[in-house]
Structure formats: structure tokens, C-alpha cells
Design a protein around this ligand. Structure first.
Ligand code: HEC
Ligand code: HEC
Length: 229
């Protein structure tokens, strides 16, 4: 057994105490990275296995990007999956099994990952692209659809934690969310803002805007303040 006055042990104890000051943030970051890479027990598989090694999502499967999303938005979505105001058979059991501290830590972890430069789908044919671009930038007032960028920011890059980015997401994911607001399986949005928009969107409008947004590059979209105002 090590004697209590062993100098090596005292040094170890002292440096342990000095480190203790950093423990809350350092612990949270380390455990969040661990959850992302390895999961946290059987109900919480590694986030990476679906959301990609760098949180870039999976365009083919329609799994959303998490890298660079606002921490407040990610945490709110995990709580919505846990509470059932957003229904999804894959995410609900995972979110239910996570503690509040794990949710906060993982949300901060993903918010700090760099935004991917990739696109999430091919540019659709000209007519569909033109309809998608028009809806995103100007909306369609005859159907009562406001421009997406009015709420989601110029280029669709998001505004605060309340209006998430809509560029840098797979087309099938964007479509599935608009459908989820229509059928009520996602009803976590403040004062039904997206529900109201979604109800007015035809399948053709949904597909066009989703395909156009997915083909826009995050970096380019950020610069495309160009918009035809
Ligand atoms: C088995 C695959 C799978 C795993 C593992 C997984 N997810 Fe998901 N995740 C999904 C799917 C599918 C969606 C889209 C759900 C929907 O359509 O509403 C999603 C959506 C999300 C969203 C909402 C994103 C947005 O833009 O609104 C967050 C946040 C999220 N997941 C976080 C996590 C975290 C954190 C982990 C790890 C603890 C994780 N996911 C593990 C499949 C998975
Ligand atoms: C009146 C404001 C408003 C307008 C206009 C609007 N949105 Fe949204 N949108 C929101 C809000 C608020 C949320 C976040 C809901 C939440 O907190 O879950 C959202 C979320 C989304 C999401 C989910 C993103 C994710 O990561 O899960 C998609 C996709 C989306 N909007 C697409 C669109 C499209 C496409 C348009 C244009 C046709 C549009 N929105 C127009 C307010 C708006």
C-alpha cells in the first residue's frame, strides 16, 4: 500500500486538485465525444454510426447533419424526441435514455464541429431548381407560402437557435420534416410556425425546395446574399 506521505502521491493529489477546476467542462467535452463515438450503453448507440464520423449526416439515408447546428437547437430537439413532441422510432428511445447533462454536453460538442463543405444532393433539373429557388428566396404568395429565407436567414444558414439552418441537409430529410409537420408527428415548433408553412406546401413544392436546398453548398449559400430581392 502507498504511504500517505509518499511524495509522489502528494504531487499526484495536488495536480489532481489543480485539475479539478477544469473538470466540469473537460469532463463534459470528453464524455460528449465518447457518446458521439461509442454511445453510452445499449439504449444510446454511437451518434456517429448514423450521423457520420464528423457529424456530417448521411445524404443517402436521409440522416441529418448535426455538425455546426446551434447547441440550443440540438438540445431542444433531443428533449422534443424524449417528450414525444417530435416522433421518430430511431431517435425517441435514444433521447429518452439520455440524461439532461448528456444532452447539453452532446449539443455543445456538435455545435463546435466544423460545418461540412459538401453538398447533400445533385442540383435538380432546371424547372424544379427554379421553383425551389423561388420558394426559398421569395416564397409563393398566391399559395400563402412566405420565403424560407425570411425565417431561416439569407442563404438558409439559420438564425439563432430558434431558426435552424436548412442548407447543408439531405433533400429526403427536409422533405420528411415538412411531411412530419403536415401529419402532426413533429409539433414542437414555436407557435406552429413551420406547421403553418408546411400545410400550404404541395408535394411538388416540397420536393423542389428540398432538392434545391440540398444542392446548395453551405459556404456558397452563406455568400449568396446575392439574393434577388
Ligand atoms: C440509428 C440511427 C441514429 C442514431 C444512432 C442516432 N440518430 Fe439522431 N437521428 C436519426 C434520424 C433518422 C433522425 C431524423 C429523425 C426525424 O426524421 O425526425 C435523427 C435526428 C436527430 C436530431 C435532429 C436534427 C435536426 O436537425 O433537427 C438530433 C439533434 C439527433 N438526431 C441527435 C443524435 C445524437 C446526439 C445521437 C447520439 C446520442 C444520435 N442522434 C444517434 C438517426 C440516428
Ligand atoms: C415563419 C417562419 C418560418 C418560415 C417562413 C419557414 N420556416 Fe422552417 N422552421 C421555422 C422554425 C421556427 C423551425 C424550427 C422548429 C423547431 O424548433 O423544431 C423551422 C424548421 C425547419 C426545418 C427543420 C430543420 C431541421 O434541422 O430539422 C426545415 C427542414 C424547414 N424549417 C424548412 C423550411 C422551408 C423549406 C421553408 C420555406 C418553404 C421554411 N422552412 C420556412 C420557421 C419557419
Amino acid at each position: 500500500m502507498t504511504a500517505p506521505c509518499n511524495p509522489k502521491r502528494i504531487v499526484a493529489l495536488a495536480s489532481g486538485l489543480a485539475l479539478a477546476a477544469y473538470v466540469p467542462t473537460a469532463w463534459a467535452a470528453a464524455s460528449a465525444a465518447n457518446i458521439a463515438k461509442h454511445g453510452a450503453g445499449s439504449p444510446v448507440p454511437a451518434c456517429m454510426s448514423c450521423h457520420g464520423a464528423a457529424g456530417e449526416g448521411n445524404a443517402a439515408a436521409g440522416f441529418p447533419r448535426l455538425a455546426g447546428l446551434p447547441a440550443g437547437y440540438v438540445a431542444a430537439q433531443l428533449r422534443a424526441f424524449a417528450q414525444g413532441t417530435r416522433g421518430n422510432s430511431l431517435m425517441s428511445p435514444i433521447a429518452k435514455a439520455m440524461s439532461d447533462a448528456q444532452i447539453t454536453a452532446v449539443a455543445n460538442y456538435y455545435a463546435k464541429l466544423p460545418k461540412p463543405a459538401q453538398t447533400y444532393g445533385p442540383m435538380p433539373a432546371a424547372a424544379q431548381a427554379a421553383l425551389g429557388e423561388r420558394l426559398a428566396e421569395r416564397g409563393d404568395w398566391s399559395s400563402g407560402i412566405p420565403s424560407c429565407f425570411r425565417c431561416h436567414g439569407p442563404g438558409g444558414i439559420g438564425v439563432s437557435a430558434d431558426f435552424p439552418p436548412i442548407v447543408g441537409q439531405p433533400a429526403s430529410y427536409i422533405e420528411s420534416q415538412i411531411k412530419a409537420w403536415k401529419d402532426g408527428s413533429r409539433h414542437n415548433d414555436p407557435v406552429g410556425l413551420m406547421h403553418t408553412v408546411a400545410l400550404r406546401m404541395s408535394d411538388a413544392a416540397t420536393q423542389s425546395v428540398a432538392a434545391w436546398l440540398a444542392a446548395e453548398r453551405l459556404g456558397e449559400a452563406a455568400r449568396s446574399d446575392k439574393a434577388t430581392h
